[in-house]
Design a protein around this ligand. Structure first.
Ligand code: HEM
Length: 236
């Protein structure tokens, strides 16, 4: 109990919370991107995968139990992540009320990424809300069919400005992931080993894989590589 309280109160405890909750999202975003690659195989495979996500664990567990456990973990993680970020920001403001002097010179990508963490995080948060209202509930979708994930993705990305929202959001996610993954390595202490540039490269390559994969989906729909009823033509 005392241990949990000191993690809750200390700066390093909050950084550890950010690293662990960030890691949960890094894992989720990576697996989600890999799963979405199924749309390139075709409507049938992609929809079977969507159905698997909704029903995983059934009949061993009641239907949707594992889905709800996963939802509680990832949304609990995001809530803790935001709380720890806000607490660390407040702490930094109290100890340095005048802030850092702005430097307008051109900066390397990693410096830019670190400066955009707060606003980038807000954009990523807004994107997640939009994305769920778009593809999970269908509230903000132009032509939503429950259970037909392939149709929903193709119809959704056929609207050019919707695709543009996703592509811009992936830019923000890319900067956030790049700096976040690297900060995670720092919190773990791996940057002290004289391999800072190596870990930065690992963060960059990982981020590039996730973002290029994700941006490819709206682009593939816009150029017609992923199109309605792909499975019928592929299956022939
Ligand atoms: C262009 C890239 C993406 C595509 C094509 C995509 C596609 C989808 C689809 C189709 C669903 C609904 C699945 C279903 O209900 O059966 C979904 C759900 C979801 N996506 Fe994405 N996604 C993308 C990127 C992202 C990113 C970058 C994030 C996080 C930063 C994310 C987070 C989520 C979450 C949290 C859910 C809801 C899971 C749930 O509670 O059921 N997605 N996505």
């Amino acid at each position: 109990m005392v241990g949990a309280l000191s993690i809750y109160r200390s700066t390093i405890g909050k950084k550890a919370i950010m690293a662990v909750t960030g890691f949960i999202w890094v894992g989720f975003v990576f697996i989600h991107m890999i799963g979405n690659l199924k749309m390139y195989i075709g409507a049938h495979d992609y929809n079977v995968y969507g159905e698997f996500l909704r029903t995983v664990g059934y009949p061993l567990f009641p239907e949707r139990t594992l889905l709800w456990i996963a939802r509680i973990v990832i949304f609990g993680a995001v809530a803790l992540h935001i709380w720890a970020a806000a607490a660390l920001t407040n702490q930094a403001r109290t100890s340095r009320p005048s802030g850092y002097k702005e430097n307008n010179r051109a900066q390397p990508l990693y410096v830019y990424a670190s400066r955009t963490m707060r606003w980038g995080g807000v954009i990523v948060g807004l994107f997640i809300v939009y994305h769920i209202l778009h593809f999970t509930t269908g509230t903000l979708h132009n032509n939503f069919i429950h259970g037909d994930v392939y149709h929903n993705v193709v119809a959704g990305f056929s609207v050019w400005w919707v695709s543009l929202i996703y592509i811009v959001a992936m830019g923000a996610l890319g900067l956030h992931l790049f700096h976040g993954v690297w900060s995670m390595f720092q919190t773990i202490g791996w940057n002290n080993s004289g391999l800072t540039n190596f870990w930065r490269l690992v963060a960059l390559v990982f981020t590039a894989i996730v973002i290029i994969g994700n941006i490819s989906f709206p682009l593939a729909v816009l150029v017609g590589v992923v199109a309605p009823e792909t499975t019928t033509t592929l299956g022939m």
